[in-house]
Design a protein around this ligand. Structure first.
Ligand code: PLP
Length: 392
């Protein structure tokens, strides 16, 4: 007997991965340079020089048994202390090593946090447009996946819809800031308002509603935009961080969970997440990457390449008549589908080998996601095609 839910998930794959696979197959036929693949958020800038040199140094000079061995399930205590110290310096919090759990990226972290916060009948809320993998994470945990409709055109939080959907079964809300697929940054005022609402509802329902803060793009912000550090506003928060985007290491699988002790039942929540991760097969984050992190946790990404792509696309697409949400973070533009039909427009673009994800896959029909973590040359050569598309 085969688990039918698992079969369905494996058969109808992640649509982003499917479109990216299609891009690779087209590249093999028409040449890589002729495919304008804006489908997937794979960083297009290399990992910082210090990351490369540190990895080489570790491999050449450290004991291979240590480098490739297991660490503690929570991660090497010294590395956890460095991560905690880095958080204190960046955000003025008082995080400690024992509140940090080194993990294999934001995906398993969010999945483990969902599991740890799922009790009988639990509901977990997400804000549209949302990262589509949240649905399988929430449902594998056994919780009900509830979508708060988008706040159009600002792409902050639709508070009136949230008030209607939040209920005594709600155990957590997932907040992704900066947001994939919009590139919007939830402001300090938005997070303050969310915090006040969750305080009020937790009181009313007689149990704590937690925030799961999914933050792989925390360092990727442009101009004056500021990403509020949610635990400083609402301590009942599980931070799920990843180095996939900030250090351009998505294939290396490294991130951390931070559960402040100030969160209600914070220590139990930390251990429940550890238990959930264990049940999902977590053993430890890659040892080589942990060792690298002990010397590179302070690094910030160089955003100049993404920023140039962002500004070039914004300017050109706006001049052709496209409308988009204000992109302040991550590396995504969220375009209004000119025809109103995102799937039809995405299919039309595909005919020209321009790959854009329909907003419907993120719970927001009528929009298209464009990942601008591509080469500048790809951006520039794609512009005439965008102009043709809107005319058509
Ligand atoms: N959450 C969001 C919003 C993402 O966009 C991604 C990846 O694109 C992930 C989680 C997964 O990231 P990771 O590579 O750290 O597992």
């Amino acid at each position: 007997m085969i688990n039918q839910a698992a079969l369905a998930l494996g058969t109808k794959r992640n649509t982003i991965m499917e479109l990216a696979d299609y891009g690779r197959s087209r590249a093999a036929i028409v040449g890589k340079e002729n495919v304008f693949d804006f489908s997937i958020g794979n960083p297009s800038i290399p990992a910082p020089e210090l990351v490369q040199s540190t990895l080489l140094d570790i491999l050449q000079n450290m004991d291979p048994i240590t480098v490739h061995g297991y660490t503690s399930t929570m991660g090497d205590p010294k590395v956890r202390a460095i991560v905690a110290q880095d958080l204190c310096e960046r955000f003025g919090c008082d995080s400690k090593a024992e509140e940090i759990l080194l993990c294999c990226g934001a995906a398993p972290e969010v999945a483990a946090a969902c599991k740890a916060l799922t009790t009988e009948g639990a509901e977990i809320l997400v804000f549209a447009p949302y990262f589509p993998e949240y649905k399988p994470y929430v449902e594998q945990a056994g919780a009900i996946f509830r979508i708060v409709p988008a706040d159009i055109p600002d792409f902050q939080i639709n508070f009136s819809a949230l008030e209607e959907l939040i209920c005594p079964n709600t155990t957590a809300v997932i907040v992704n800031n900066p947001n994939n697929p919009v590139g919007a940054v939830y402001s300090e005022a938005t997070i303050q308002k969310l915090s006040a609402l969750l305080e009020r509802k937790s009181e009313e329902f007689g149990h704590r509603i937690y925030i799961i803060a999914d933050e792989p793009y925390r360092e990727l912000v442009y101009g004056d935009a500021k990403v509020p550090f949610i635990p400083n506003i609402y301590p009942h928060t599980v931070v799920c961080y990843s180095y996939s985007k900030s250090l351009s290491l998505p294939g290396e699988r490294l991130g951390y969970i931070y559960v402040p002790s100030a969160a209600e039942n914070g220590r139990d929540l930390y251990h429940a997440i550890l238990g959930a991760a264990r049940a999902m097969g977590h053993v430890c984050a890659p040892s080589l990457m942990q060792l690298m992190l002990s010397r590179c946790a302070h690094l910030h990404p160089d955003l100049s390449v993404y920023d140039r792509n962002r500004r070039t696309l914004m300017e050109a697409l706006t001049s052709y008549g496209y409308e988009m949400a204000k992109p302040e973070g991550a590396f995504y533009l969220f375009l209004k589908a000119p025809s109103g039909d995102d799937r039809a427009f995405s299919a039309m673009a595909m005919e020209k080998d321009v790959l854009l994800m329909p907003g419907s896959d993120f719970g927001c029909p009528g929009y298209l996601r464009l990942c601008y973590c591509v080469s500048y040359d790809t951006v520039v050569r794609s512009l005439p095609l965008f102009e043709e598309l809107i005319k058509e």
